[in-house]
Design a protein around this ligand. Structure first.
Ligand code: ADP
Length: 288
């Protein structure tokens, strides 16, 4: 049903993001009869929780430049407190205060986000190769789209966050895991046949020069455009661009990066602000 084709909005967990314009915009969209799913991060709050309890985050690199947060069992407790506890509750309350029937869920609830755990990871620390065990991380392989549809069709606005749930054998599965939040948003958009996927973060979109907020690239299209997008996106932004490529390749009609703190961040993204990613995706890149 067209009326239940939602907009999926992913908002990052950066320290500098202010949320009021997002809450107001989502409330306006709701009043206009538009359905949406909000997927949110919690990176900065988790780091501050870890620092407050005297166990600062340990970021590890796999030797090929991919950096991730080592999430042992104690860190996962703080992870759930920051993401599914503090922030999810904060977002749901702020939306309810704007008369939106918001409902919070972590990926563990109702098997919403299910992944495969990778309990040990190979890392390079101080130039030495090591194997770290007890990591609560993994890769997403299933989304319970039916649960989200059920909620949306009954007038609820789902507010989704990590962790995901790891299935699989004892010792590996049966625990919450950290997965890539941008991928989770894309997989939710795919499962719901979303009309748009909007990524909000602390930058106005994809920048030609990450240090210059004025260097926004308005549109990514064609072979050269996609190549430039992959070249200028550094670190996590590169993964975000790869996610946008997967979303466009999967046929999501509108894929946009926009500043979370901008006025009407979702509506303005849909009207044309931010960076818009257009198909077709170059075949060679899609296979990468
Ligand atoms: P979030 O956690 O909010 O989803 P990320 O931290 O993953 O977002 O990505 C946003 C960050 O990517 C920006 O704060 C910026 O520092 C960095 N970045 C790197 N390259 C670029 C680029 N070319 N354009 C915009 N941001 C970039």
């Amino acid at each position: 049903m067209e009326s239940t084709r939602p907009i999926v909005v992913k908002v990052g967990g950066g320290a500098d993001i202010t949320f009021d314009s997002l809450y107001d915009d989502l409330a306006t969209l709701t009043r206009g009869g538009m359905s949406w799913v909000l997927v949110h991060g919690g990176n900065a709050l988790l780091t501050s929780f870890q620092e407050r309890v005297g166990s600062p985050p340990r970021f590890v690199t796999d030797g090929r430049g991919k950096v991730s947060r080592y999430t042992d069992a104690a860190t996962m407790e703080l992870f759930a407190m920051a993401y599914a506890g503090a922030l999810n509750t904060r977002h749901v309350a702020a939306l309810r205060a704007r008369r939106v029937d918001a409902l919070g869920l972590s990926g563990v609830d109702g098997g919403l986000l299910v992944g495969t755990r990778q309990p040990s990871i190979r890392v390079v620390e101080d130039g030495k190769k090591k194997v770290l065990r007890d990591d609560h991380v993994g890769t997403l392989h299933a989304v319970n789209g039916g649960l989200l549809r059920l909620l949306i069709e009954n007038g609820y606005a789902p507010v989704v966050t990590l962790p995901a749930y790891a299935d699989g054998p004892e010792g590996a599965g049966g625990v919450p895991i950290n997965v890539d939040g941008d991928t989770a948003a894309f997989r939710i958009a795919e499962a719901l046949d979303a009309r748009a996927l909007v990524y909000l973060s602390d930058v106005p979109g994809l920048l030609r020069d990450p240090e210059d907020r004025g260097s926004l690239i308005h549109e990514i299209a064609g072979e050269a455009g996609w190549q430039e997008a992959l070249a200028v996106g550094k670190g996590r932004m590169r993964r975000k661009v790869e996610g946008a490529r997967d979303a466009v390749a999967a046929g999501i009609p509108l894929v946009v990066f926009q500043d979370a703190s901008a006025p009407e961040p979702v509506s303005s993204a849909i009207r044309g602000e931010g960076t818009h990613f257009r198909g077709p995706v170059p075949v060679r890149e899609a296979a990468a």
